[in-house]
Design a protein around this ligand. Structure first.
Ligand code: 9MR
Length: 367
């Protein structure tokens, strides 16, 4: 019996070792005195159907953000009909493994429930807005560490995005979202989250927004700079300036969806607006077999530069979250062109650490 058990254990260890190497350094450990290190979790991983990813998450990360399962279309699929199944599983996984959850998100113009799409009445939008925030935020108060209360509310020029909430509720809706979240989730940190807010105009818009929330006497604890950038072209000076300016507002700064695309962009702009897609071509998908060493180096250098900067401002930075566990699981394989092979993260498609992983580790004090 004991022999049988030890054989089984041996096989299990071999299978595990095949995917996740227990010997590699751990991001969460090497940065434990600096900031939280997070990853996004998809449904498979939350359901426990991706054992290798789950092992790597436990080994490397002390923060997780649900990639999709707490978004409105999933958590409230029908009017006043909620589905907390996956979100509750995530809470259980995180509790068991001592991981902090950044819940994502309460108010966002995208991935709204179907019933919102043609909603005309301002009263109905208001009812949805109040009920959704109150119900979802209060359920997870004390169970999640933080909420992205409002996500991506700004245009590139810093003005407010013309979405259903602005249209029906007016330009105070963001302050109201934070006020409702503060009431429903008194033990949860409350954040504003967006992409490109390191860019000067959009950053100025975000600062004005945060000041407006603060001036209303409403709590906002932090700002999330998403960090969807390009390897070899990371806007370092803008990022540094943003850390300074946002932290001067007395709030935490987070990098919340970090990934560095290595593929050519069909446009001359950087965006994470999922409504923008483009046509594919072989030229646009140059590394279908593997990422050449020259590009691995570019990626590693960009990550090293970023983490060197993050370490410089570790007092101001609360968390760095990567948007996915391994390259094969990144949204960037499908955006802005479907079916490409991208390599934006620290772990390859077999969960093996890349050169970029070691370049990040090397920036830590205790590696
Ligand atoms: O990674 C997410 C992807 O699985 C979804 O299909 C997509 C749909 O909107 O959302 C992605 O995550 C986004 C995040 O929630 C907000 N910032 C931009 C992210 C990448 O699109």
């Amino acid at each position: 019996m004991i022999k049988k058990l030890s054989t089984l254990l041996f096989i299990a260890v071999m299978v595990f070792a095949d995917n996740v190497d227990a010997q590699i350094p751990s991001l969460k450990n090497v940065f434990k005195n600096d900031f939280l290190i997070g990853t996004a979790m998809n449904a498979q991983q939350i359901e426990g159907k991706d054992a290798a990813a789950d092992e790597l998450i436990k080994q490397q990360f002390n923060a997780v953000t649900p990639e999709n399962c707490m978004k409105a279309e999933i958590i409230q699929p029908g009017w006043d009909t909620y589905n907390f199944d996956l979100a509750d599983k995530l809470v259980a996984f995180a509790k068991k493994n001592n991981i902090k959850i950044n819940a994502h998100n309460l108010i966002w113009h995208s991935q709204l429930p179907g019933f919102m799409h043609h909603m005309q009445s301002a009263d109905s939008v208001r009812e949805y807005f109040i009920n959704h925030i109150t119900k979802v935020a209060s359920r997870y108060d004390g169970k999640v560490y933080s909420w992205d209360v409002v996500n991506e509310a700004l245009n590139e020029d810093g003005t407010l995005r013309k979405d259903i909430f602005l249209d029906k509720l007016g330009d105070n809706y963001i302050v109201e979202a934070f006020r409702l979240a503060q009431k429903a989730a008194p033990h949860t940190k409350l954040y504003y989250n967006d992409y490109n807010i390191e860019q000067p105009k959009k950053r100025a818009g975000a600062i004005a927004l945060i000041k407006k929330i603060q001036a209303a006497g409403v709590r906002i604890d932090g700002v999330g700079i998403q960090g969807h950038w390009k390897a070899g072209a990371v806007p370092m000076a803008d990022i540094e300036e943003s850390i300074k300016e946002f932290s001067a507002l007395g709030i935490d700064v987070m990098f919340t969806e970090l990934d560095l695309s290595v593929l050519p962009s069909p446009w001359d702009k950087v965006t994470a607006d999922v409504s923008e897609t483009a046509q594919g071509s072989a030229k646009m998908n140059p590394y279908t077999k593997e990422l050449p060493d020259s590009m691995q180096r570019v990626l590693a250098k960009s990550y090293a530069d970023l983490f060197t900067l993050f370490m410089k401002y570790k007092k101001q930075i609360g968390r760095i979250t990567f948007w996915g566990v391994n390259d094969g699981q990144s949204w960037l394989n499908g955006f802005p062109i479907h079916g490409r092979t991208n390599y934006p993260l620290l772990f390859d498609r077999n969960f093996k650490p890349k050169r970029a992983f070691y370049s990040v580790i090397a920036t830590a004090k205790n590696h």
